[in-house]
Design a protein around this ligand. Structure first.
Ligand code: AMP
Ligand code: GLY
Length: 425
């Protein structure tokens, strides 16, 4: 099979690394890819939002399957355009990607189909939004309806902060068009986990769990980021909990999307808050998490191409007994440029040293590039995902930290406490 992967992050390096090992993978391309992905795929300089460029390339190269990593091209309709050109795609249509692309759509769907989630209101008018905020009181959560690169959620601890966030979003000042409508919701206090499932439009199967670490610094302090590290499986995951999440959240959502005539194909990633032992849905994403995917791919032991291809073609039932996982725990420690998630320097030199030689370890690249001399430099904020497997969380994180310690990058930083919740049990 000729396979085209879309994206350029650590998630895509992990997917490319796994896809390249698949028996049927004859050629693997990645648009646009990064300096790490080059080891396992041919990177082509087509941006992930260049929909026409991607469709043309896929037709020319007789691509048999396109795997779409990031949310923006999904929401923009890349999967629809590819399907119209008769090219198989792992990833939802624009209509189905509204589960991530519109928080108002997602909340209304949950209400209609009785999927447990925080109580909420939808607003386009700042006066009405502020009245609602004052009635509800703080803490309260204000969310831009549309995509906002992971920054569109404000957990306000005071009424004033919530009112200000609502006004800034609705005026377009904070997130442009994405904030012209907002969702204001009940603050849920509990422990979070990420749950993944693969769907082929009608059938859906669980595909692992993880815990992300969203704050920039140790002890869950500092600004929110895209994710500074993750481990899988989440420490609280049991078969009973997985069944419950499938039965009350995932399956009802997949059935609802089919009933609404926008069947979901791809990865459904549920952000779950555990409240008194019960799972409550925080949000859906319509793609793999980053850095959760790096840890998941390190633990996944089946043939990824077979599974994603079957999902893309409505045949998930045929392969669901081929989803295998290695024993143990996988941990991904993200190395980011100092200053991230705010301003950071680019083109700073990175020496990976002997990091990859630590047992059961792989360094996935995210924001990396090669300079004119071929040396590795950073280009993005999140730059590396040092990922290790161990029999236990302790072994897996100690391997990841051993490897991170071997990397020389004075302009980088990483959290030293990834997996602390699991390690503390
Ligand atoms: P999102 O951008 O939708 O992925 O949300 C980002 C993060 O905000 C989530 O992972 C949670 O940590 C937090 N969050 C979202 N909604 C709520 C809520 N209703 N209560 C508490 N925290 C929330
Ligand atoms: N790590 C969280 C996300 O990918 O949305």
């Amino acid at each position: 099979m000729n396979v085209l992967l879309i994206g350029s992050g650590g998630r895509e390096h992990a997917l490319a690394w796994h896809l390249a090992q698949a028996e049927k993978c004859a050629a693997l391309y990645c648009a646009p890819g990064n300096a790490g992905i080059e080891e396992c795929a041919e990177c082509v300089p087509i941006a992930s939002d260049d929909i026409d460029g991607i469709v043309t390339f896929a037709s020319e190269k007789a691509i048999d399957l396109v795997v779409i990593g990031p949310e923006a091209p999904l929401v923009a309709g890349l999967a629809d355009k590819l399907r119209a050109a008769k090219i198989a795609v792992f990833g939802p249509s624009a209509a189905a990607a509204r589960l991530e692309g519109s928080k108002a759509f997602m909340k209304d769907l949950c209400r209609k189909y009785e999927i447990p989630t925080a109580a909420y209101g939808r607003f386009t008018d700042p006066e009405q939004a502020c009245t609602f905020i004052r009635e509800q009181g703080a803490p309260i959560v204000v969310k831009a309806d549309g995509l906002a690169a992971g920054k569109g959620v404000i957990i306000a601890t005071t009424v004033e902060e919530a009112e200000q966030a609502a006004k800034e979003m609705l005026s377009g000042a904070a997130f442009g068009e994405s904030g012209r409508e907002i969702v204001i919701e009940e603050y849920l206090d509990g422990e979070e986990l990420s749950f993944f499932a693969l769907a082929d439009g009608t059938h859906v199967v669980p595909f692992g769990s993880a815990q992300d670490h969203k704050r920039a610094f140790d002890g869950d302090k500092g600004p929110n980021t895209g994710g500074m590290g993750a481990y899988t499986p989440a420490h609280m995951m049991t078969q009973t909990l997985a069944d419950e999440i499938m039965n009350i959240i995932i399956k009802p959502a997949i059935d609802a999307m089919a009933a609404e005539k926008c069947p979901f194909t791809g990865v459904l990633f549920a952000g779950i808050m555990m409240i008194d032992g019960k799972p409550v849905l925080l949000e859906f994403n319509t793609r793999f998490g980053d850095p959760e995917c790096q840890a998941l791919m390190f633990l996944f032991d089946g043939d990824l191409l077979d599974i994603l291809d079957a999902a893309a073609k409505g045949r998930l039932k045929d392969v669901e007994d081929q989803i295998y996982w290695r024993q143990g725990v996988a941990t991904c420690v993200v190395m980011a440029a100092q200053g991230y998630p705010a301003q950071y320097s680019q083109n700073t030199a990175i020496d990976l040293g002997e990091a990859d030689f630590v047992a059961e370890t792989k360094v996935f690249h995210a924001g990396t590039a090669r300079d004119a001399a071929g040396k590795l430099v950073n280009q993005g904020g999140r730059v590396l995902g040092v990922t290790s497997l161990g029999a236990t969380i302790e072994e897996s994180r100690s391997r990841a930290y051993e490897a991170a310690g071997r990397i020389s990058w004075p302009e980088g930083f990483y959290r030293k406490d990834i997996g602390w919740r699991a390690a503390g049990r």
